[in-house]
Design a protein around this ligand. Structure first.
Ligand code: ADP
Length: 334
């Protein structure tokens, strides 16, 4: 009987293509008279991952022709104490669509709404969060206490960037496993305090790093940023596909259309630079929630360059971000 169960468990795969026995997740199997009890330890114990594992394990055991009358009890526990309540990742298909700008201003909007917020810049290809908060020269102030990192606080947001650990102008050429190790440390060995939200600025696109990140970090959901341009959306399509792979399945909270239009004060008309309603139509097609649109504004670019989150300065943009941020919170509650 135990052999049959072990065989069944070996058919349940994790994202890295290892089965749950091989990965060392199965800690104990108890056989009682009419009950099988299985105990698992996981570093990423979000509800959707737990539910998927319970479903897959039950299905796989039933396939081994084990009596229907036997009950299967599965207990999944975490080996890590996760402090942030809600970890939300901001993703994009392409670079340059405004992902970091939006991560920055959602984080500051959450602070303005009274939440405790952290921002983790995991964009190894172009960590721009230090520039957006004008703290690019502050990495020297990062303090470690007993191996625990203290983040830098700016505009009320606790910030940690992978860019703090590379010299200006130097590329980060870590391989996937190294990045995963560093990011794990950033999440679990950082003095975040009690956070309501931790926003993670992901690298653009799809790749090894995303896969290991998604496995490592217990995400509550993903927010996708895109422009309406066809090539930007075709890359988003790939990202959505990745997040929806059965073994990953992270809920996508919705999609934001950035640089939707330019408003001309002279003609009082909107000009749809990247095409009109591209993201809105895409969201309908892909069954994604449309979180809102952000116009292309010179002041947004200027504030980024000055290292001031635009929602601090510009009331019009602040109201747009507050609306989008409220939509994200509503989607989380669903
Ligand atoms: P990503 O993180 O996707 O690579 P960034 O957030 O770094 O993109 O944005 C790229 C550039 O575009 C930045 O200079 C930023 O200031 C600018 N930008 C982003 N969104 C807007 C917008 N809505 N209006 C004007 N400029 C924007």
């Amino acid at each position: 009987m135990k052999n049959k169960i072990e065989k069944a468990l070996k058919n349940v795969m994790m994202i890295d293509n290892k089965n749950i026995v091989e990965s060392g997740l199965v800690k104990k199997i108890d056989l009682l008279n009419n009950e099988i009890q299985i105990y698992l330890i996981l570093s990423n114990p979000t509800m959707h991952i737990k539910n998927r594992l319970i479903k897959d394990i039950t299905h796989s055991i039933k396939n081994q022709n084990i009596l229907n009358t036997i009950r299967i009890k599965i207990e999944i526990k975490s080996n890590i104490k996760i402090k942030p309540k809600n970890i939300i990742a901001i993703a994009s298909g392409k670079g340059g669509v405004g992902k970091s700008t939006i991560a920055t201003n959602i984080a500051v909007s959450l602070v303005q709404m009274g939440f405790h917020v952290g921002l983790l810049d995991a964009d190894i290809y172009g960590p721009s969060i230090p520039l957006m908060f004008h703290i690019e020269n502050n990495s020297g102030n990062l303090q470690h206490e007993n191996g625990v990192i203290n983040p830098i606080t700016s505009y009320g947001v606790k910030i940690l960037s992978i860019g703090f650990f590379s010299k200006d102008g130097q590329a980060i050429v870590w391989r996937g496993p190294m990045v995963t190790k560093v990011l794990r440390q950033f999440i679990h060995e950082t003095n975040w305090g009690g956070l309501d939200f931790l926003i993670v600025d992901l690298p653009p696109g799809t790749g090894d790093i995303h896969l290991s990140l998604l496995q490592e970090i217990p995400l509550k959901g993903i927010v996708i940023v895109s422009t309406s341009q066809k090539i930007a959306l075709s890359d988003v399509n790939r990202s959505v596909g990745m997040f929806r792979i059965r073994s990953i399945y992270v809920p996508i909270l919705g999609i934001i259309e950035n640089m939707s239009y330019v408003f001309s004060k002279k003609t009082k008309e909107k000009y749809y630079f990247f095409g009109k309603d591209g993201v809105r139509d895409f969201s309908k097609k892909m069954n994604l929630f449309f979180l809102g649109e952000i116009p292309m504004l010179q002041n947004i670019r200027e504030c980024s360059d000055l290292g001031i989150p635009v929602v601090i300065e510009n009331e019009y943009v602040r109201n747009i971000f507050i609306k989008i941020t409220k939509n994200i919170i509503n989607q989380l509650d669903k």
